[in-house]
Ligand binder design. Structure first.
Ligand code: F6R
Length: 608
């Protein structure tokens, strides 16, 4: 899951390459590099770590070529060092790659036997030597790529630049996304529309198995059989993406604070506030009455949104829901029946495991519905039904506003399912929609807890471990709270169903262990209070997130109580997500970590 860009420009392209890589850094930031054609030879600049290191290198040793490729890396094969940074190159050809070449060991052994000398530990370098081996036999660049691609197993998006061919870029994709951008006397290749946004909003997405030969005047696409094919030319709309932090210190802070607005936009797309009815933006090609079972599949934070939705679908629509993380779903060959509904949730719409799960569900004849934030993404394009979240671009690696928008969409869908199956009356629907309409205002109110949470974060930052507890829909939120804290502050955290505490994790409790209890005053509140008592009896420090009534009724002493706005119990996870996110954010700020780009992570996980 790296980001790639290629440009055939009208002038020097190094600056444009870096500009695009800035937008692609969400895909990885272990190293970065560019290569351009300098006269008749290929020249590279590469640097370990963040893009700013590459920028420094380029300032010292500029590149002036008019054709170039660039890469930002999330390391899979080989450490994040300069020698493993892309582009990888021989004298004749340079390549950037997103994905994994699974058979690289066999290929490398064979190529080494033929005399190729490798300079990195990466899977990618096999590609460049393979193509080079054909060039050395006298093949043209097009022939060399066409001969190489069928030998590559795994997933890839590739961009090639060739010595002596100043007006040629070749791209290829299988599994990983790749888009071609059309300019005026210049052409582009990139991982996504965001990468191309500074230059053009006119793009074509390559289909799986396609490869493309690009000159400044045209792009000729070949499908997997080699036949020349046409792909749709689209307006991406990505050029309007605002990618700046406004006055915030981090994208994550900005994105947390955008939630009243973006959750409100999403709400407006899914409900008619006048009639208090759900109004889905896409027609459903099935009747909810015919659905025997729903399966929900996603990864990470998106899977926790799915976990909350399981409670909603089961309660509103009385339909059984199976929830899976995508990396398990795809290999356990879950039995899906023709006509079942399979829901996939993804901010990026490019997560490799979720995409593979979607393809599996399709192959089983299930209806596929995706809840995605990037409407042009592969998951969106391959789903039968798309339910967009309107969170806008999410740049911080830790997902925040996409999560609450996912919850908003899933809540509307669950209400629609309840109505469709006759489990909810029109009055029930109106009551639930009324509750949803309140959510943006409640999120804004929840944001006022920030000064208190900022103070609390200074205490949490002293801990080695933190436990998060919740019951009902607060249980998935406890999982999300723990994930958020560990990914950006690097403090170990666990989320548990509050009732599970006594089955093991209670052994961890002592006075050094903060326990965050997410407990709105709902029908399981009393039960959660009992679990809090178990924690208090063992000296654990409780941080209670509840409402005024809950604070009054909780008979247990807490270190801190965060008082949330009063609200109907059903949709509390959308609002209680706010203090959970703020606590992780401020703890990470105290710890001094790289909040927007935490170590070892990437925003879009396009490898298995
Ligand atoms: C955590 C986080 C990840 C993503 C996961 C799925 O803050 O962002 O756990 O939720 O990688 O990504 P998408 O939603 O793009 O499929």
């Amino acid at each position: 899951m790296c980001g790639i860009i290629g440009i055939l420009g009208r002038g020097p392209v190094a600056e444009q390459l870096v500009d695009s890589l800035k937008r692609l850094e969400y895909r990885g930031y272990d190293s970065a590099g560019v290569a351009t054609l300098e006269g008749d030879h290929l020249d590279r600049r590469r640097a370990e770590g963040k893009l700013k290191n590459l920028e420094k290198r380029l300032a010292q040793q500029p590149l002036s070529g008019h054709a170039g490729i660039g890469h930002t890396r999330w390391a899979t094969h080989g450490k994040p060092t300069e020698s493993n940074a892309h582009p990888h190159a021989t004298d004749n050809v340079a390549v950037v790659h997103n994905g994994i070449i699974e058979n690289f060991r066999e290929l490398r052994a064979e190529l080494e036997k033929q005399g190729a000398r490798f300079a990195s530990e990466t899977d990618t370098e096999t590609v460049v030597h393979l193509v080079n081996s054909y060039l050395l036999k006298g093949h043209t660049p097009q022939q060399a790529v066409a001969a190489s691609l069928p030998q590559l197993k795994g997933a890839f998006a590739l961009a090639f630049l060739f010595k002596g061919h100043g007006d040629l870029l070749i791209g290829a994709r299988k599994g990983s996304p790749l888009a071609m951008g059309y300019g005026d006397g210049e052409m582009f290749l990139g991982s996504d529309a965001i990468a191309l946004a500074p230059f053009t909003d006119t793009i074509s997405y390559l289909d799986d198995g396609d490869w493309v030969e690009i000159t400044r005047g045209s792009g000729v696409i070949h499908d997997v059989s080699g036949a020349v094919v046409k792909r749709d030319v689209l307006k991406s709309g990505a050029s309007s993406f605002l990618v700046d932090k406004a006055n915030y210190r981090h994208f994550m802070a900005k994105e947390i604070h955008e939630q009243p607005e973006v959750v409100g936009h999403t709400l407006a797309r899914y409900v008619d506030m006048g009639t208090e009815r759900v109004m889905l933006p896409a027609r459903l090609p099935f009747d909810f009455n015919d659905i025997q079972r729903i399966s929900i599949t996603a990864c990470g934070t998106a899977s926790y949104a799915g976990f909350v939705a399981k409670y909603w679908f089961e309660r509103f629509a009385r339909v059984p829901v199976e929830l899976d993380v995508a990396s398990e779903f795809r290999y356990r060959e879950a039995p899906l029946r023709k006509g079942d509904l399979a829901i996939f949730i993804s901010q990026s719409g490019e997560t490799a495991d979720t995409l593979a799960a979607l393809r599996y569900a399709k192959s089983q004849g299930a209806h596929t519905l995706s809840v995605v934030n990037v409407p042009t993404s592969t998951i969106a394009r391959e789903s039968e039904i798309v339910m967009p979240t309107l969170a806008g671009p999410e740049i911080g690696v830790a997902s925040t506003k996409a999560f609450t928008c996912q919850l908003m969409v899933l809540a509307a869908l669950a209400i629609a399912a309840g109505r469709g199956r006759g489990e909810l009356s029109e009055a029930d629907e109106a009551k639930l929609v009324h509750g949803l309409v309140e959510v943006p205002r409640l999120i804004a109110a929840a944001l006022t807890t920030e000064p208190q949470i900022e103070k609390l974060a200074r205490e949490i930052a002293k801990s080695k471990d933190v436990l998060y507890l919740g019951r009902g829909t607060s249980y998935p939120l406890a999982l999300e709270g723990a994930l958020k804290l560990k990914e950006i502050s690097y403090i170990h955290a666990e989320g548990y169903a509050a009732g599970e505490l006594k089955h093991g994790p209670i052994a961890l409790i002592d006075e050094t262990m903060p326990v965050v209890v997410i407990a709105p005053y709902d029908r399981v509140f009393e039960k959660t209070v009992s679990n809090m008592q178990e924690v208090a009896a063992r000296g654990g420090n409780i941080i209670l997130m509840t409402d005024a009534k809950g604070a009054e009724e909780a008979t247990v002493e807490s270190l801190v109580t965060i008082i949330m706005p009063d609200m109907a119990a059903t949709f509390t996870p959308i609002v209680y997500a706010i203090p959970v996110q703020l606590l992780a954010y401020h703890t990470a700020v105290v710890m001094g970590t790289d909040v927007d780009q935490p170590r070892n992570l990437a925003k879009s996980v396009t490898v298995e």
